[in-house]
Design a protein around this ligand. Sequence first.
Ligand code: 0GY
Length: 296
Amino acid sequence: MPTFAPDADWLVFHPSPTKPSFVPPPGAVDAHCHVFGPGDEFPYAPERKYTPVDAGKDKLFALRDFLGFDRQVVVQATCHGADNSAMVDALRSSEGRARGVATIRPSVTDDELRDMHEAGVRGVRFNFVKRLVDPKPDAYYRALVERIAPLGWHVVIYFEAADLAERWNLFTSLGVPVVVDHMGRPDVSKSVDGEEFGQFLRFMESGPDVWSKVSCPERLSLEGPPLYSDVRPFAAAVVERFPDRVLWGTDWPHPNMKSHMPDDGLLVDVIPRIAPTEDLQRRLLVDNPTRLYWED
Ligand code: 0GY
């Protein structure tokens, strides 16, 4: 019997994704994906808000090859709390083809940070999504930035549209590069030219080192697969305006999806719809993630 039973309503990642029609350029990076356990080897955190189905490194690497990507950025998932061992194990097993984003607490030691850097970690994730974590006061995050700045790491922030105004001062004064997950989760039933997304675009303009992942149409869409057309204008606008500060990722194994489990091949086929030229595709998939994660 496995130690951890997944949540009763947990949706399992797609068992056999379609081969995408879009062929990623050589050196392409999936810049947002996770590993879950396996729980018997890498136990889930006691403070977690969900228990997933195991999704280990072997399946992650197989998906990378199947979809035509060369490299991956493995982002620590909240179900593992600040125990980064499953993510770090994936990096160490990747033969240099994966970099990582960790979750840390103030108790982390400088030796632990150095070990993670050596394994391939290049950033920390601050999560403000209340259904996933219990967010902390700004000073907590500022103190962590002081610890990681000397390593040249960046901060990945995950928040929902409503959180941006509340945390604006923090997010615009972190002093290290900032990468926003999933465009700050816009409400795509609102206008791409409206106040809410306008505020996000102003945030992107607030400094030269604010980046965004133009990922997760499956999470944001009200229309759903196969084209996720309602998300396209939002992602295309960010790619067009900030072509050197965008990243793309699958978000495999797609935690907490409730509406449907996406076919990862179809997600890859969204890329040319949001980055319509070869030049934009190369920047999104190769140049930008290589600069952020592989150039020390
Ligand atoms: C994502 C999105 C989610 C979950 C997590 O770390 C996590 O648990 O990031 C979500 O539930 O929206 O980016 O993977």
